[in-house]
Design a protein around this ligand. Structure first.
Ligand code: AMP
Length: 462
């Protein structure tokens, strides 16, 4: 007899092919949010779940919506609304992974910033699942490109953030076009008042689920440093040289501060990139790809720009400026120390920011731990270099390039090992491949000389 523990997916009424697939994905035990929500969600009931990014919430709703789906019915049967394009992309990737053992399930993302026409064509080709941002989904509904008559599951992911971003009216418009007998699953990190209103208006006696996340906070080590306005950037550099984190997310309160800090860090020899509001989508994609694949050490961002990005293995967060909003502070530092890893959160405060520090202490109900600047000594290892380098291939989804094609060109054809290759991200027109720093030049030359998908490609280092 095999022993089935309470946290095993085998305890759930899931398709055997899906159970197999979960094993292959390495999902051996349910995460707490999955354990708490899947029985209810799989029973077809409405659900309000409190869950953070990184908790496994995507699989919590993804498995439920897949189980209700009829692959042979060519109609949109599930809709996931997300606050940002990055999150929608991540959700789509995860849902496709979860669905890969099932018959040809089509997942289409509908987000702003790209032409409607291509999205319309994808819908016409048949979509079982749509993942998108409320505004763009509403556009497609209004034009009649998207029809929700066959919808079985509606998911509101990161509902609090969607409300923060002013999507309430759009959510209401979209929800009103879903069949009333559908299942609604709402996920949110916090419960502002608006969530309750949404639930009352659109959900049928939802079950509420909260999972204590006491592990998260205790794994973040917070250190405060007193700085002056002119020394602030220098302290950032000292922190990086002393702690040598592989990936650091640095928050500034303004776009200008982001730009200035990146310029400063680059002058000091760091590999730093800026992320702020007005970047074009293409630039934003590139910046995020380079940071997530560990070929840039520091990402300097504003709070708004950093929304929805989920970067695993973030070793440190630096609050270059103290935010006046303590809730934002907690959001910022919560980006590190995920998945059982210890994260470092540094906060730089000048005299005029001590009031904000006081608010943070009160909010977190803990005093700040102050450290001296002269503890920050360089380690003598030379400049902090990211472990990977990004190669950019001119050619992406439009050319039908898939990650496996690029991996094949680098391993089978060029003779590199799987371990020397990092993340491969294919966007519409271009592909980003991370490779270990020491093979970057050679990998570029070999790719330029060889073929991907039977065709020559142009590759450059970025
Ligand atoms: P999420 O909170 O949905 O963004 O998921 C965070 C990460 O955890 C994703 O990379 C998932 O692939 C992974 N994950 C989700 N559920 C499990 C599980 N039961 N076991 C292992 N990894 C998981």
């Amino acid at each position: 007899m095999t022993h089935i523990s309470a946290t095993s997916f085998d305890t759930l009424p899931l398709n055997p092919a899906t159970l197999d697939n979960l094993q292959q994905l390495g999902y051996l035990a349910m995460t707490p949010i999955q354990q708490a929500s899947l029985p209810t969600a799989l029973a077809g009931k409405d659900l309000i779940a409190q869950a953070q990014t990184g908790s496994g919430k995507t699989a919590a709703f993804g498995l439920a919506l897949l189980e209700r789906l009829n692959p042979r019915r060519f109609a949109v049967q599930a809709l996931v609304l997300c606050p940002t394009r990055e999150l929608a992309d991540q959700v789509a990737v995860e849902v496709r992974r979860l669905a890969r053992a099932l018959d040809n399930i089509k997942v289409v993302t509908l987000c702003g910033g790209v032409a409607l026409r291509g999205q319309r064509a994808s819908l016409e080709n048949g979509a079982h699942i749509v993942v998108g941002t409320p505004g763009r989904v509403m556009d497609h509904l209004a034009r009649g490109y998207l029809v929700l008559d066959a919808l079985g599951t509606l998911v509101l992911d990161e509902a609090d953030r969607m409300l923060d971003m002013g999507f309430l009216d759009d959510i209401v418009t979209v929800t009103k076009q879903c069949p009333p007998e559908r299942q609604t699953l709402l996920f949110s990190a916090t419960y502002p008042e608006g969530i309750d209103k949404l639930a009352k208006q659109f959900m049928r006696s939802p079950e509420q689920i909260t999972v204590a996340d006491n592990t998260e906070k205790s794994l973040i080590e917070q250190r405060f440093y007193e700085v002056t306005r002119p020394t602030r950037f220098d302290v950032v550099a000292k922190l990086l040289n002393h702690f040598r984190p592989i990936s650091t997310l640095a928050f500034c309160n303004t776009k200008q501060q982001c730009k200035d800090l990146v310029t400063y860090l680059q002058q000091q020899g760091f590999s730093a990139l800026a992320l702020y509001g007005e970047l074009e989508q293409r630039e934003r994609d590139q910046v995020l790809a380079q940071f997530a694949n560990r070929s840039a050490s520091v990402l300097v961002a504003t709070d708004v720009a950093s929304r929805g990005i989920d970067i695993k293995e973030l070793s440190a967060v630096i609050n270059v400026d103290i935010t006046p909003d303590p809730e934002v502070h907690v959001h910022r530092i919560g980006r590190t120390g995920r998945a059982g890893e210890t994260g470092l959160a540094f906060s730089l405060a000048a005299m005029y920011e001590m009031g904000a520090v006081g608010k943070i202490e009160k909010y977190q109900k803990q005093p700040s731990s102050w450290h001296k600047l002269d503890e920050l000594t360089p380690t003598g290892f030379g400049p902090l270099l990211p472990p990977m380098v990004t190669l950019q291939l001119l050619g992406g989804r439009k050319e039908k390039i898939r990650p496996g094609d690029v991996l094949g060109a680098l391993t089978a054809d060029a003779g590199f090992s799987r371990e020397q290759i990092g993340k491969i991200v294919v966007t519409e027109f271009t592909t980003f491949v991370a490779v270990q720093r020491d093979i970057a030049k050679e990998a570029m030359q070999k790719l330029n000389a060889g073929k991907v998908k039977g065709k020559s490609v142009r590759v450059r280092l970025i």
